[in-house]
Every structure is written in C-alpha cells, then in structure tokens.
Design a protein around this ligand. Structure first.
Ligand SMILES: [Zn+2]
Length: 115
C-alpha cells in the first residue's frame, strides 16, 4: 500500500457513486502506469457474470483484487492477501458446518440405536 496505489481497502462498494469515483481514480492510475493489470478472471456464478481483475502497484509491488459491482452494494477492492484470507475463512466456515452436520447425524444414530 502506498500513495501511488491505494491506502485503503474497500470491502464493499456501498453505492454507485462510490464505485464511479473509485473507477475514475483507478483508470487514472492505470493511465499514469502507477498500476498495471496483471490478471483477469471472468466466471459465471449463479447466472451472473463476475469479473475479477488483479492489479499490481508499480511502486510498492502490492497486488490488488477488484471485483466489479454487479448491482448496488456488491463488489470489492482488496489487497490480494486479504481476499485470499477471506476465501480461506469462508472455506473454514463451510468445513465447520459440515462437521456440525456429521455430529448431529451421529447423535441421531446413537439415539435410534440405544434410545
Ligand atoms: Zn503502491
């Protein structure tokens, strides 16, 4: 993070205006070659196109991940490390939910067999 890229992360674009302002700033920084796009991912999730862009700061080397807002209150702009941590956390939550489900099933089986 530095003045040539961005000093704050955006967890969520709260409004169209915020997104428009950000998009303008990003476009300027790309034009000035402060940031460079290094990757682009497009994928379809639940019928919606999702576009993710990875940018790299030419000064500090920070990599940023942008997800364009699809509708109001969607999308984010985060350091690549942050977005990976969030993805890992979501995975852990899913694993925890699965573990709870297994425990419930085991509990029900024990009740049926010994109840
Ligand atoms: Zn930077």
């Amino acid at each position: 993070m530095c003045d040539n890229c961005f000093t704050t992360e955006i967890l969520k674009f709260e409004s169209q205006k915020q997104w428009t302002n950000f998009d303008l700033e990003l476009t300027q920084k790309l034009g000035q070659e402060k940031l460079k796009q290094i990757r682009f991912n497009g994928r379809r999730v639940e019928g919606n196109e999702q576009f993710q862009y990875i940018y790299k700061c030419m000064t500090c080397g920070q990599e940023w991940e942008l997800k364009e807002p699809h509708d109001h209150g969607d999308g984010y702009f985060l350091k690549l490390t942050t977005s990976r941590n969030l993805a890992t956390r979501q995975l852990n939550n899913r694993q925890l939910a699965l573990l709870v489900l297994i425990l419930v099933i085991v509990f029900v089986i024990i009740r049926v067999m010994f109840g």
